[in-house]
Design a binder for this molecule. Sequence first.
Ligand SMILES: Nc1ncnc2c1ncn2[C@@H]1O[C@H](COP(=O)(O)OP(=O)(O)O)[C@@H](O)[C@H]1O
Ligand SMILES: [Mg+2]
Length: 341
Amino acid sequence: MARTPRKTAAKPAAAKKPATKKPAAKKPAATAKKAAPAKKPAAVARKRVAAKKAAAAEAVRGYGAGGVDTVISVEEVTRQAAAMADHITVESLQAMANNDPYLVIENLKAGYGRMEILHDLNLHVARKQSLCLIGPNGAGKSTILHAIFGFNDIFSGSIKVGDGPNKKDITKLSSNQKLSQAGIAYILQDKSVFPAMTVEENLWMGGFLMDTPNKAKEAAERVFEKYPRLAARRKHQAKVLSGGERRLLEISRALVMDPEVLLVDEPSIGLEPRFIDMVFEILHDLQHGEGKTIIMVEQNAKKGLEFADIGYVLVSGELAKAGPGDDLLKDPDVGRLFLGG
Ligand SMILES: Nc1ncnc2c1ncn2[C@@H]1O[C@H](COP(=O)(O)OP(=O)(O)O)[C@@H](O)[C@H]1O
Ligand SMILES: [Mg+2]
């Protein structure tokens, strides 16, 4: 009984002081601290500072345009994104792939070790289409690309590739087999070139699965013909390339095997804006000029959705939204959480 009056007496005092007593700067701060002991203000403040620092360090990253004021915590984005989730039918995913998919993922459960990250995931993409995965950090976007390329553990479900009804089941193939037998190439996130090797040697590495080194060299020449900018730098060590040239080299190396499907993880990461545009132009040409199928993860959701035919919003290993890229760009929830608007 003695506690109740003390509690109720303390509350209004604490609530009033900070609001009314403006000139006394230090005292209200102390009472405010007492009034809200459950919220761990220090931890919250630390998180905010960290988020602001991260946003300031990489202005084009973060959610959407990444303005400092628009950055909210990953946990909060995840919570709000889960709340806006649509019920997505497999039929609707098929329809987005023009009911003629080239790569199909069905009811995939996959993860690392025993940890399941993707829960009954479905994905359909048609030949020559591009699909962009967006979502909060840790949602499992890269894990989808890893699963397609054979980098992680698949517990159940299937991944198939090919035209028409007779698709090849590639669920259990190794990464080397996916590259050499299934026409799937994975373009790694940043920093995957061999810095001490020349541009040319890096490209040859892209053909390491070919029967002879000569075949790899011939294939590299075809890529050099396509990208004279890279050919001009062929004898230079990769470490002296600009960020944009390095990304071009990473993409080019994946092209040596002449794949049908390109898995691209965050092509814009760490690049200056002018190089980001260049990379998206290259990818646009690969899709529309060369007929490649592209599955991309992009933290810069605006760029990714503007580029892609289809967008999937992934939250905690499940699809929360799926639609044509243009529709998702106009979706107010997507805008608020991922486009910085
Ligand atoms: N190699 C790994 N081993 C164990 N867990 C991992 C590994 N890679 C990612 N994860 C975990 O899987 C989850 C999804 O990660 P990821 O697919 O990288 O997310 P996203 O690309 O959407 O940011 C995260 O919880 C992450 O910690
Ligand atoms: Mg990732």
